[in-house]
Design a protein around this ligand. Structure first.
Ligand SMILES: Nc1ncnc2c1ncn2[C@@H]1O[C@H](COP(=O)(O)OP(=O)(O)OP(=O)(O)O)[C@@H](O)[C@H]1O
Length: 610
């Protein structure tokens, strides 16, 4: 029975192993077509350099060839990866395809490869060996999936910028994924060589690369079983054809193409996405001892956290930020306000390292801005949310927050491969840390929901939970209340106050001025890229320069009130209050003068809904 299907089963295993070499990089969002080149180099060098089976025995000869092939594949990936890792999408695909084609042409013209005639290799591989190799590769990716490293790769795939801001060294992770792809492609090349008896450089041409890619994409790049499903399906098609007596050779490529189209259009996660990923909230998250909290040392209250001196950013002729001098001390809650286009986001992007300054200098938690990569600034203790939500959409809410805990959790992948209990303990600790953060923002119930399925307000809270998971010293929130209703904004204000009570330093941009005035210990006002006022909320509320910046002139007050009197309401706030008639009166509003309403700038129509 097995003998009858041995060839098909072997090719399913080989196809799946080759597809895993694509999966290895697709999981990190990289589209590479160089795997055929890695496989080809590995197949020829393994078969050429390994000792003969007559000398050492067939299986040892195969194992030595596998070791040579995987090393050659990994080495080729390093050589190709170093100059190409900064390329994205189709540019990386073209560069790697060029490499594979160059390898094919070079090997075609070498004497030792046998050129177009090919190189004879003894058949050593059996169906059992092929499936054992596939099992080992699948095991590798299975154990990787739930590790810190695996989550980091998925985060890079979903949103590279947000992954950097969570402290993930994207360049290193992408290169590691590429090297894994090289080694797995190398394994495939050698196993293929020791099965088909005769290998020629044309066996590893463009068509082979596309086959591998299609198998991986059809199977799916979001779950480790994807390549097996893809290869099983695509290799089985000719067999089914034979069984039903339809021999036409065009059916398989046609079906593969059709399936690829269907998958891309209707099932972007591939066949594997039909299998539900499980997300479990740890039951004991809240009950855990406070001593377990992921910890880093925070600057003592009053120490300088942010020091900006003459900081400026110019885009072409536009001075987005100019000459900003600002100091933020540990324990402060600083609100950054100003009309649209005042330079607020540009300023916090510089502080978090996403945008290099054009002039001036800045130090944040000891890291020099402009010279320090984003992930190192995050490692120094800076965590942030974004003006436009940058969640890892296809990951669950809990997984999003787990990625946020990257910096305060320990690497677990290699220990997970060996099933070491310490890896399980570390994963559980990271899970509990993430669960606590979700609970803190009130999203525990939605832990298993995919981030993209959450409501807009929940997405913003999830971003805060993700930012909190790294136990930051400085939390930067960019318009956290955008899109929230009155009640949600009030709860958010309470959350920020309670985080500040825990000693967290917070810098937040917000158009909801009422919320800023009642939440912050200090307010900084930007206009046309310059700081026009900085001080306690009460001072800012009555500062004529601020009123003028918002309204055009302090004398012409279209809203018929003043910030200081607390009568200058956002025109929409009354409607929002009407929409939630049962909302209890805001307890924080009265604490500070001028905090009665939301003063939105004249052009603050709901923005940034994306
Ligand atoms: N990448 C960029 N390229 C060119 N100009 C930019 C870029 N980013 C910001 N700007 C410009 O810099 C100025 C400040 O923009 P920024 O987004 O920092 O303001 P903001 O105060 O955050 O505004 P908003 O409240 O609308 O978000 C604007 O004139 C904007 O058009």
């Amino acid at each position: 029975m097995l003998g009858q299907y041995a060839t098909t089963l072997t090719f399913i295993a080989l196809g799946a192993i080759f597809a895993y070499s694509f999966y290895a990089v697709l999981i990190a969002g990289q589209l590479s077509l160089g795997q055929a080149g890695f496989a080809s180099l590995a197949a020829f060098s393994g078969a050429y350099l390994a000792p003969s089976g007559a000398d050492v025995g067939d299986v040892p000869a195969l194992l030595i060839a596998v070791a040579i092939g995987m090393s050659v594949g990994a080495l080729a990936a390093v050589v190709l990866g170093l100059p190409t890792m900064h390329l994205r999408g189709v540019f990386l695909a073209i560069a790697t395809l060029g490499f594979a084609e160059a390898v094919r042409v070079v090997l075609l013209n070498q004497e030792w490869t046998g050129g177009a005639q090919g190189l004879g290799v003894p058949r050593v591989l059996t169906v059992g060996m092929a499936w054992l190799a596939l099992g080992l590769v699948a095991y590798w990716f299975w154990r990787m999936g739930r590790s810190r490293y695996g989550r980091a790769l998925e985060a890079i795939r979903e949103d590279e910028l947000a992954a950097r801001a969570m402290g993930i060294d994207v360049g290193r992770h992408r290169l590691a994924a590429f090297v894994t792809a090289g080694a797995v492609a190398g394994l495939y090349g050698v196993l293929y060589a020791y099965y088909v008896r005769l290998i020629a450089p044309d066996d590893f041409d463009f068509t082979a690369a596309v086959e591998g890619l299609v198998t991986a994409v059809v199977g799916g790049s979001t779950m480790f079983l994807g390549p097996v499903l893809g290869s099983g399906f695509l290799t089985a098609v000719p067999e089914i054809q034979r069984a039903v007596g339809v021999e036409a050779g065009w059916i398989r490529p046609f079906l593969a193409g059709l399936l690829l189209l269907v998958v891309i259009l209707f099932l972007p996660g591939g066949l594997a996405s039909l299998i539900r990923r499980r997300t479990r909230m740890p039951a004991d998250a809240a009950a855990e001892a406070a001593g377990e909290r992921a910890g880093r040392s925070h600057p003592p209250a009053g120490d300088t956290v942010v020091a900006l001196a003459g900081l400026g950013k110019e885009y072409g002729g536009v001075h987005a930020v100019r000459g900003v001098d600002l100091e933020i001390r540990a324990g402060e809650v600083v609100g950054l306000i100003g009309p649209n286009g005042a330079g607020k986001t540009t300023l916090v992007n510089m502080i978090s390292g996403l945008v290099p300054p054009s002039s001036g200098s800045a130090t944040v938690l000891g890291a020099e801005i402009g010279r320090t990569p984003v992930h190192r600034i995050a490692a120094a203790g800076v965590s942030r949310t974004f003006q436009h939500s940058k969640l890892f959409n296809r990951l669950s809410a809990l997984e999003n927050v787990l990625v946020g805990a990257h910096l305060v959790s320990r690497p677990t992948f290699l220990r997970r491969l060996l099933w070491l209990p310490s890896a399980r303990r570390d994963e559980s600790a990271a899970l509990r840390q993430a669960a606590r953060c979700l609970e803190r923002v009130g999203l525990a119930e939605l832990a298993a929901s995919r981030a993209e399925a959450l409501s807009y307000g929940d997405q913003r809270r999830l971003e805060i939970a993700r930012a909190l998971a790294s136990d930051p010293s400085l939390l930067i929130l960019d318009e956290p209340a955008a899109g929230m209703n009155h009640v949600e904004a009030r709860r958010l204000s309470e959350l920020i106050t309670s985080l500040a009570q825990d000693g967290l330093t917070i810098l937040f941009i917000e158009h909801n001025v009422g919320m800023v005035l009642r939440t912050c210990t200090r307010v900084v006002v930007l206009n046309f890229g310059e700081v026009i006022a900085s001080g306690a909320p009460a001072e800012i509320a009555s500062d004529p320069a601020v009123v003028e910046a918002y309204l055009g002139s302090a004398d012409e007050d279209p809203a018929g009130g003043s910030i200081a009197e607390g009568t200058l309401d956002d025109p929409t706030s009354a409607e929002r209050a009407d929409a939630t008639p049962d909302a209890p009166p805001d307890p924080v509003v009265d604490v500070r003068p001028g905090a009665a309403g939301d003063l939105a700038p004249p052009d603050s129509t709901p923005r940034d809904a994306t």
